[in-house]
Design a protein around this ligand. Structure first.
Ligand code: SAM
Length: 269
């Protein structure tokens, strides 16, 4: 497929910053560590910087999710002309993709549109039934938040949620000069590796509720926030059981403590 980087006009509204540095592109692909016959999904292929290499890797499926009409059409035409039956283009907003419908193990990759990266990752880690790994390029500042440990300033709802599902590894930092047009900020490639099944949240709905309650007013003590938001479920004994100071704030609770808190407030019947 021709790389029409030079001629294409980037759409700001779709977070379009196209990779032009071959070594960065290759390093991202290498982090995917794609083996023959694996199922791979790429989010936001754009002109195809990553796609062009992914196509050569003999995946059993290569599915592309692209919102931009022109790029989606180009990839569709290419797959049709070259009779690449393993390739399928979903011309749609990735935020509306039904992640739960994916069958078998999947690796997911993408230089994500920064404006939707956080909600997309939120859904992917919690909804893809068998995620093998994910390699995403995102804003460096968001990557730092995702990797942050409890107690740190950048630790927040996204950190708790993603770390409840995955181990987060730092890939590498990418400077704006690797893109056209260059974004205003540095980017970072991260690798998400799902935790073992037994460690995953048992009650995602209520866990996400709790995380949102705790971080919406992060400077406030958690006990006050819970008492107000969940008057029926709140029980003052939970702090002793969890071995936590009752005056603690959400930002001091590890992802595991959040899960324990969830199990106490919402016991499974
Ligand atoms: N993969 C290309 C690269 O690395 O050069 C393009 C990456 S660019 C940062 C993000 C891509 O995601 C663009 O192609 C854009 O059209 C697409 N995109 C933006 N929002 C999207 C959405 N909600 N769903 C699917 N694709 C989207």
């Amino acid at each position: 497929m021709p790389q029409y980087k030079a001629t294409v006009v980037a759409k700001k509204s779709l977070g379009q910053h196209f990779l032009k540095n071959d070594s960065v592109i290759q390093r991202i692909i290498n982090l995917g560590n794609i083996q023959e016959d694996e199922q791979v999904m790429e989010i936001g292929p754009g002109p195809g910087a990553l796609t062009n290499l992914l196509r050569d890797l003999r995946c059993s499926k290569l599915w592309l999710l692209e919102k931009d009409d022109a790029f989606a059409l180009k990839h569709e035409e290419y797959a049709e002309t070259k009779k690449l039956e393993h390739m399928k283009v979903f011309h749609m907003d990735a935020l509306t993709f039904d992640w739960k419908s994916l069958e078998g193990e999947w690796k997911i990759m993408g230089n994500l549109p920064y404006n939707v990266a956080s909600p997309l990752m939120w859904d992917i880690v919690s909804q893809v039934p068998q995620l093998k790994s994910a390699v995403f390029m995102i804003q460096k500042e968001v990557a730092q938040r995702i990797r942050a440990a409890e107690g740190s300033k950048t630790y927040g709802a996204l950190s708790v949620w993603i770390q409840s599902y995955c181990k987060v590894e730092k890939g590498f930092i990418v400077s704006p000069t690797a893109f056209s047009p260059p974004p205003k900020v540095d980017s970072e490639v991260i690798i998400l590796k799902p935790l073992p099944k037994e460690a995953l949240p048992k009650d995602p709905k209520n866990l996400s509720r709790l995380i949102k309650i705790g971080f919406q007013q992060r400077r406030k003590q958690l006990h006050g926030l819970l008492q107000k938001a969940l008057p029926k479920e709140y029980n003052p004994n939970i702090w002793d059981i969890l071995e936590l100071d009752m005056h603690c704030r959400a930002e001091t609770l590890s992802p595991q403590k959040f899960q324990q808190l969830c199990a106490l407030l919402f016991p499974q019947k």
